[in-house]
Write a protein that binds this ligand. Structure first.
Ligand SMILES: [Zn+2]
Ligand SMILES: [Zn+2]
Length: 176
């Protein structure tokens, strides 16, 4: 798609001098554009189905759902593509969403540091295994945060945690 290519070019010009982190930023930008493209295409499909549905009703005819099978398939495909893109965006940022409170937490957290809920084991995707630089980005992100948030130790398990954490990401203990 033209828009995506143009965007990629603009982004790559902008980040010409940046390190390998820029690859992730470009990928995230492309994924966001893909999601937006899909959302507007889906909106059009919903509208055309709705219009046809109403027109058929006004004519007093019965509507056969099979009529929209192609549209339904297309909607499902784009919904799936969008949810996969959303997941990939989170991975690129080295975060995932808490299964309870939906806040973004560190990919490797055992417990959510907002609400203390235990998280399912993180299983890296194939893409992660192929990339050696995800850890680098994480370290960069952490060192930026350290400027604002100091590190403390969990009184329960002694893991290094952030002073801003409400719950220990390692053992789930409430931080006083
Ligand atoms: Zn949570
Ligand atoms: Zn702990």
């Amino acid at each position: 798609m033209g828009i995506l290519d143009d965007f990629g070019k603009v982004v790559s010009d902008t980040y010409k001098s940046a390190t390998k982190t820029s690859g992730k930023i470009i990928e995230e930008g492309k994924l966001k554009l893909l999601i937006m493209d899909n959302e507007s295409a889906m909106k059009e499909i919903y509208q055309s189905i709705g219009k046809e549905y109403c027109e058929t009703y006004f004519k007093g005819e019965l509507l056969n759902n099979d009529k929209f099978q192609n549209e339904f398939d297309e909607l499902k495909r784009m919904q799936l593509e969008n949810s996969q893109a959303q997941e990939r965006i989170l991975e690129l940022k080295s975060v995932r969403k808490c299964t309870n409170c939906d806040k973004e937490i560190d990919l490797n957290s055992t417990f959510c540091h907002y609400c203390g809920t235990k998280q399912p084991d993180y299983v890296p995707t194939k893409q992660d295994n192929e990339e050696e630089n995800i850890a680098d980005v994480k370290i960069e992100a952490e060192s930026v945060e350290e400027v604002i948030v100091s590190e403390i130790q969990c009184k329960n398990c002694n893991a290094n945690i952030k002073s801003s954490d409400d719950f220990c990401p390692n053992c789930g203990a409430k931080i006083e």
